[in-house]
Design a binder for this molecule. Structure first.
Ligand code: AMP
Ligand code: MG
Length: 352
C-alpha cells in the first residue's frame, strides 16, 4: 500500500511538473564537485536544474581527465612526457587560445612556464626553492614559440610537437574554460539563473530569484583563511569574474613566502605589488577563458602596466586590483557594481 501511495505521489508530482506548475524560481539544485584541484559549487534554478548540475559535473570530470598534468593518462601529460602526441582538436583549440593570450600579454601569461612550476614543486606539492642556475637552464624552453602543430588528422585529432625541454600547464586557464563549458550546458538545459563557482572563477547567470544581482565577494588576501573576509563585494548579473591571488597557493621557506604565479621572464613568483587581480566581463561564452588568462597575466604585471593593458582596449573587461599597500583599485566601468566593505582596512580608488 505504501509503495502504491509513493507511486501515486510520484506520478502526481511529475504530472504537475509536466503542466508547468512548478515555479522555476523555486526549483533549485546546488551540488559541490571536487575536480581540477578545486572545490566547485554549481547552483542552478529552473525545472532542469538537477539534470544541468549533474551534466556539468560530468563535463568538469571530462576536462580534468584531459587537462591534468599529474594524471599520466591525460592528453596534456602524454604530450609533456612524449614531446609529441595526437591530441583532440578541442585541446589544440585551447592551447592556441592560450598562445594568443601569451602574445597579447607580452608573455606574462604563458602555459610553457610548466617546467619552472615543476622546479618549484607547485605541480607535485613538494615545494622547494630552485637555484638560480636551475631556473636559468629551464627558461630557454619557456615561450609559446616552442609549441607547434604538425597537422590535422582524419580522426579529428591534431599532431602537436613541443621543443625539447618544453612542457605545458593549463592550470591558469583550465577552470575558466571549464566555466565556459558549464555555461554552454546550462544554456542547453535552459537554466534561467544560477551561480557557478570553480574556486576563484565565478559565473553569474541571470539575477537572483528576488531580482537582485548575485553577490560575489573578493577574498581579502590579507585574511585568506577567513571565508567571511572580503576586500570588496561585486554585484553581478550575467557576468564572469575570475580572481588570481598570491594567497591562493604558496609555501614558506626560511621565513620567506613563495606563491604560485610565476613571472615567465624571471622564473620567480611575480613580485608586482599586487595581492589579487579580479577580471570581470559580461556573460558571453568564451569570456570565462579570457578572464582566467587575464587575471593570471595581469597579476604578473605591475599595477600601472595592468591598468595600461586595460586602457588599451584590446579586450573588453573591467578590473579590481588589490595591492600590497592596502588599496582596492577598481576600473570605472565597474564602480556601480562594487560594494565597499566597512572596517576591513582598505582604501578604495576608481581609475579611468
Ligand atoms: P590562476 O589561479 O588562474 O592565476 O593560475 C595559477 C596557476 O597557473 C598556477 O598554479 C600555475 O599552475 C600556473 N601558472 C603560474 N604562473 C603562470 C603564468 N605566468 N602563466 C600561465 N600559467 C601560470
Ligand atoms: Mg588564471
Amino acid at each position: 500500500m505504501k509503495k502504491i501511495c509513493a507511486l501515486l505521489m510520484a506520478l502526481l508530482l511529475s504530472l504537475s511538473a509536466g503542466c508547468g506548475t512548478i515555479d522555476p524560481d523555486e526549483a533549485q539544485e546546488s551540488i559541490q564537485v571536487i575536480a581540477m584541484d578545486t572545490a566547485m559549487i554549481f547552483t542552478a534554478y529552473g525545472v532542469n536544474s538537477t539534470k544541468a548540475d549533474y551534466a556539468a559535473e560530468e563535463e568538469v570530470y571530462r576536462l580534468e581527465a584531459m587537462l591534468s598534468r599529474t594524471d599520466e593518462e591525460s592528453q596534456v601529460a602524454r604530450l609533456n612526457s612524449q614531446g609529441t602526441a595526437d591530441i583532440d582538436a578541442e585541446l589544440w583549440g585551447l592551447i592556441e587560445t592560450a598562445m594568443a593570450y601569451s602574445e597579447a600579454t607580452g608573455g606574462a601569461f604563458d602555459i610553457t612556464v610548466a617546467p619552472v612550476l615543476l622546479a618549484w614543486g607547485f605541480t607535485t606539492d613538494e615545494y622547494q626553492v630552485p637555484s638560480q642556475a636551475e631556473l636559468e637552464a629551464l627558461l630557454p624552453a619557456v615561450g609559446a614559440e616552442h609549441i607547434r602543430c604538425l597537422g590535422e588528422n582524419a580522426d579529428a585529432t591534431v599532431t602537436v610537437e613541443l621543443d625539447p625541454g618544453t612542457q605545458i600547464d593549463l592550470g591558469a586557464i583550465g577552470k575558466g574554460y571549464a566555466s565556459d563549458r558549464v555555461a554552454a550546458i546550462f544554456e542547453e538545459y535552459e537554466i534561467p539563473r544560477g551561480l557557478i563557482r570553480l574556486g576563484g572563477s565565478v559565473l553569474a547567470i541571470g539575477d537572483r530569484p528576488d531580482g537582485e544581482a548575485w553577490r560575489v565577494g573578493i577574498q581579502d588576501p590579507r585574511d585568506p583563511d577567513n571565508a567571511e573576509a572580503f576586500a570588496a563585494v561585486l554585484n553581478l548579473t550575467d557576468a564572469y569574474a575570475v580572481t588570481s591571488g598570491s594567497y591562493q597557493r604558496y609555501f614558506e621557506q626560511d621565513g620567506k613566502r613563495y606563491h604560485h604565479i610565476i613571472d615567465p621572464a624571471t622564473g620567480y613568483p611575480a613580485d608586482s605589488g599586487l595581492t589579487s587581480v579580479t577580471v570581470v566581463t559580461d556573460g558571453t561564452q568564451g569570456n570565462g577563458t579570457l578572464c582566467d588568462a587575464l587575471s593570471t597575466a595581469l597579476f604578473v604585471m605591475e599595477e600601472e602596466q595592468a591598468l595600461d593593458f586595460w586602457r588599451s582596449d584590446v579586450y573588453d573587461f573591467q578590473l579590481v586590483l588589490v595591492t600590497e599597500d592596502g588599496r582596492v583599485v577598481v576600473t570605472d566601468g565597474l564602480t556601480d557594481e562594487l560594494t565597499k566593505v566597512e572596517g576591513n582596512g582598505y582604501t578604495y580608488e576608481t581609475v579611468s
